[in-house]
Ligand binder design. Sequence first.
Ligand SMILES: [Mn+2]
Length: 317
Amino acid sequence: MSTNCLPAHWQGRIDQEQPAEQTTRLHQCIRHEPAPGWQLLGFACDVGVARNQGRSGAAAGPQAIRHAAASLAWPAGLCLTDHGDLPVEGDGLEAAQQAFGRRVAQALDYGPVLALGGGHETAWASGQGLLQWLKNHPGLRLGILNFDAHLDLRQPQGGQGSSGTPFYQLLQACQRQNQPVQYACLGLNRWANTALLHQRARDRGVWMVEDRHIREGRLNALRQRLRRWLATVDVLHLSIDLDVLPTWEAPGVSAPAAHGVPLALLEPLVQLAAASGKLKLADLAELNPQLDIDHRTARAAARLLAVLVQAQEGLLK
Ligand SMILES: [Mn+2]
């Protein structure tokens, strides 16, 4: 398997009005050489989705997110480094996840990493990179905050992981390297996770909030609860599976959500987590452009990208 990343293509609208620094869009703020600040890496992979009996197509996710995000109005001077996409050849998921993890670990020396998926097997790829980085920064408590309709705590079968196993794999890896970790899954669909998976989550002290319990009237209480959870960790891995959004906002995913957590409620929670000062790694996973309608899912992903980056930079109130 090649460990070279394919270059990323960014193009978008360029405004001709003056002053130019007030007409900046994201595609004009992308660098391709390492420099301090946010680091983007694409995991162009849907092998895990296929293994999980889902609908393939998320390998094209990273480029679709870039395309949707390219013309976002963007603060001049807030530059991001894009390392391109790591392609996955054949069924070589495990090797690709390790290679991606090595890339993420290197990039983390420059700043927080945004991993563009790919299926949710992206989280085990990017998360391995953060675990590697944590080996060199001992004593830090890791928090994994997953916005997802699914716990993704399945056990790999026959040594084969999938888009349904990343957080099981991460929790096991933390145990192996004595890494303190807390896992939270917000937005899960009670009926899309078996009793066994709920039990496994309870056994591991996972903080779970169902989609139907994330409502406007409960948002302030939930924000308080999330602040308390964030206070118990030092380094945050924020993972967003776009299938946490309702199907009318995110039709372009393998498993669309009938209920879900609407963007209007998801955004303030993502913003709060990203503004914690602890965010080191974020994933945007499961965009399948083949199934999208009018780029709805890609546009939601682009907004979440903007919220993540700008909240982490302290630019969102
Ligand atoms: Mn997931």
